[in-house]
Structure formats: C-alpha cells, structure tokens
Design a protein around this ligand. Structure first.
Ligand code: NAD
Ligand code: MG
Length: 413
C-alpha cells in the first residue's frame, strides 16, 4: 500500500509547485457539488475558466449553466439530447460544442487543455471519466467517492503513473488532509499519528426507535439535518453507508486501514474530521456545513481563497456533541469495513448493491431497512475476485447490479 500513499504525497508535492489550475472540467455540473463548484468558480473568474460542464438528463439546467459560464464543451447522457442542446445553444449565439455519453465525458476529462477535473458525478457512472482524469495527469478534485470505493488501487496507481494529483473534496477527507502534517510522506506512525477520527452526523434517524425505521419515507431520508445534498448521498447518510464508503475512501487516499479509523458521530457537523497525535494533540478542521469550503480549498490549494461561506460563529454553535457509532442501528458501516478487508472486487460489489437498493428505496419499491439487508446478501453471495484491470471492476459491478435486481424482489413493498 506504500505506493498508493507515496503517489498521493508526490502528487501533493507536484501540485505545490504548479501554478493554480485554470481550465476546469466540472463533471456533474447540474448536481449539488456541481452547483457549489460553479458558484466558487464564478467568484474567481480571473483564476479559473469553466472549460467543460456535464449533465445526465437535466438539459434545461445545463443550458442555463452554459449561458452563464460559456464553456467550450457541454456533455449530456443521450445523443438525442445533444442535438437538441446544440441547437438551443446556437440559437443563443453560443459556440459551445455538445458531446454525449461516456465517451463525451472521457473526452472532456482527458482533454489536453484541461488543468483540473471536478469529479462530481454521482455513483459508479463517475468511474470511467474520473479514471480518465487520473490517467491523463490532471489535478483530480475528488467528490465521486464511489469511483475510489470501486477501484481504489487502480485509481491510486493511475495517479502515480501519470503524475496526476488528487485533492479530496469530500468534507471529511478534505478536513483530514488539512490536519495532516507536511511530512506525512513518512507514514502515519513516523509522523506521530495514532488515529484518524472520521466524523459523521448520524443522519436524520440517529435517535429514532429501531422499530420506526421500517416505515421511513424517501423524503424523510433525504431531509438531512445539516447538509443539503443530492438524493443518493442523502439516503447513504441516513443508512450511514456514506460513512462506510468514506471509510474505504480514506483508506485509499491516506494509505491506512479501517483499524486506523474511528467513526465519531457528531450531530452538529461543525467538526469535519480530526487527526489524533501521539503527544495528546487532536487537530480538527471546523466550519459551517457548506461544501464550497472544501471545493475552494481543493481548487486553490496550497493557498486559500474566498468561498462565499458564512464564517463559523462559535457562540451560535455553543456546544459540540460526540457519541460512538452504533453498528446495530447502522449495519452498512460494518459492511463497508468487511468489504474493504475482503479486498478484490468486494467493495465494488457492495457499492453496486447499494446503488441499486437505494434507487429502489427512492422509487418506494422497498422499505428503508431493506437497503442494508439487500446489501449484505449481495456482498456475501457473489464471488469476489482480484482486481487487475478496470474490466474486472466493471464486470463485477454489472454482475452485482443484475443480482441485486433479483434479490430486490424478496423485499418488494
Ligand atoms: P447529485 O445527485 O446532486 O448530482 C449528480 C450529478 O451527476 C448530476 O449532475 C447528474 O446529471 C450527474 N449524473 C448522474 N448520473 C449520471 C450518469 N449516469 N452519467 C453522467 N452523469 C450523471 O449528486 P451530488 O450530491 O452532487 O454528489 C455527487 C458526488 O459527490 C457523489 O459521488 C457524492 O457521494 C459526492 N459528494 C457529495 C457531497 C454533497 O454535499 N452533495 C458531499 C461529499 C461528496
Ligand atoms: Mg462526506
């Protein structure tokens, strides 16, 4: 695992001497992270150009984004939508070129004129364009944690081989990155680090009776107490699968194991994670729950720049609470640890099962509590194989999605 860690550090060192990125490709520009990214970029037009924007189906929203940011490329999911958007752009006097499908996403990610790629597509759909950015030496601003969960070793290998860099955008990983010492290159124990404290709010149901969880609705699950996010990650936060995915993400990014990480439930979401040192120090990164802070830090690192974020008022916050995570209430967290320790395609299988079961829950086809049950059944049922190529990951992902669709039937409402 040392190579993965060294590649991160080398990447970090490389970024230190680079001038700030100029041409930015925003994958998933119509989503929650995409919107926050465009907001930050618009505050610093002198430093950044929006080079490419992408959306799956929200064509009207993508048109509005193009009108404001005038990118060189826009990418949509379907060919038919591309033709329609191209015409509407022309009607508005824009020369933005419209591409479509996965090949369009990959093309803009690896385009020679792109300096940094904001990887903010949700789910496994982000894997190929995010990998393309890693393979082509870009500064990868990583929000799409699922691609790292699915193919962590391949992703870190690609970063190392191409001389790319990865800056964590997930708020917890961005916080850990901010709390690590400059000599982290020497490894965790050499730097006197004892533990990574990964914080999570515990989601909207942390105090509900376990018996009440069966009847949770999608709108209740998506109403996160502190963060405003896309639907999938909101449900993942409610099951704490999000914390499980983040635990795997942290293992790859910082070259550590689940044993190095303690999950801390912190209901106010003011501390975004911590690093505990052998001298008794615990460093925390704090701020209001607003993704524009980690996005701005990723874009401007190692400098700081305005993100439009309201400053933290400690007198308003007044108190900070911490409790241990409850794996009985949140079995998905334990499943994620299990998958990471199993290695090979296990985490990709778990991720695929989770995407399918969350989608089924959002469509009100299964109850909330079935998400964890289905995820576990898929993880323990399918064969797990070594990962030596992206094709292996993609095949495991496809197999797990198809199998999960079968398993879902046993839990149908
Ligand atoms: P979202 O649902 O708001 O947006 C998703 C974006 O992905 C949209 O632009 C959509 O068009 C695009 N997309 C979806 N399916 C696609 C497909 N098949 N092909 C191409 N594009 C597709 O999601 P979000 O909340 O912005 O999350 C994006 C990523 O960032 C996720 O991986 C999430 O885990 C991560 N993340 C989000 C937050 C947050 O606060 N929202 C925080 C940390 C990490
Ligand atoms: Mg997070």
């Amino acid at each position: 695992m040392v190579w993965a860690f060294l590649s991160l550090v080398k990447a970090v060192i490389k970024t230190k001497v680079d001038t700030p990125a100029k041409n930015i490709c925003v994958l998933g520009s119509t989503g929650s992270i995409g919107e926050s990214t465009l907001d930050v970029l618009a505050r610093h037009k002198d430093r950044f150009d929006v080079f490419a924007v992408t959306a799956n189906t929200q064509i009207d929203k993508l048109l509005d984004i193009c009108l404001v940011h005038q990118p060189r490329y826009a990418v949509v999911g379907q060919l038919a939508d591309a033709a329609q958007l191209q015409q509407r752009l022309a009607d508005n006097g824009l020369v933005t070129e419209v591409l479509s499908g996965v090949s369009g996403l990959v093309d803009v990610s690896e385009h020679a004129d792109v300096d940094a790629v904001m990887a903010a597509i949700v789910g496994g759909a982000g894997l190929l364009p995010t990998m393309a950015a890693a393979k082509s030496g870009k500064k990868v601003l990583l929000a799409n944690k699922e691609s790292l969960v699915m193919a962590g070793r391949l992703f870190m290998d690609a970063i190392k081989a191409s001389g790319a860099s990865v800056l964590p955008i997930d708020s917890e990983h961005n916080a850990i990155f901010q709390c690590l010492p400059a000599n982290y290159v020497e490894g965790m124990s050499e730097c006197g680090i004892e533990k990574i404290l990964l914080t999570g709010s515990g989601g909207p149901f942390r105090e509900w009776e376990l018996s009440e969880l069966e009847g949770v609705t999608p709108s209740q699950a998506c109403a996160h107490p502190n963060w405003s996010m896309g639907q999938k990650i909101s449900v993942d936060s409610a099951t704490m699968m999000n914390k499980g995915l983040e635990l795997i993400e942290a293992c790859w990014l910082f070259d550590i194991t689940p044993d190095d990480i303690e999950v801390v439930v912190h209901s106010q979401s003011v501390i975004h994670s911590m690093v505990q040192y052998s001298d008794g120090s615990t460093l925390a990164q704090m701020g209001n729950p607003d993704m524009r802070t980690p996005i701005a830090y990723g874009l401007s690192w190692p400098q700081r720049m305005d993100a439009g974020v309201e400053r933290l008022n400690l007198f308003d916050v007044a108190r900070l609470d911490f409790v241990e995570s409850d794996e009985k209430r949140f079995p998905c967290l334990a499943l994620a640890k299990q998958a990471f320790n199993m290695g090979g395609t296990a985490a990709a299988v778990l991720n695929a099962a989770n995407e399918v079961s969350v989608e089924a829950f959002l469509q009100e086809r299964i109850p909330f509590t079935a998400i964890a049950q289905i995820n576990e059944r898929v993880l323990v049922s399918l064969p797990i194989v070594d990962v030596d190529s992206l094709d292996v990951v993609i095949a495991a992902d496809a197999e797990a999605r198809a199998f999960t669709q079968q398993v879902l039937k046993d839990y149908a409402l």
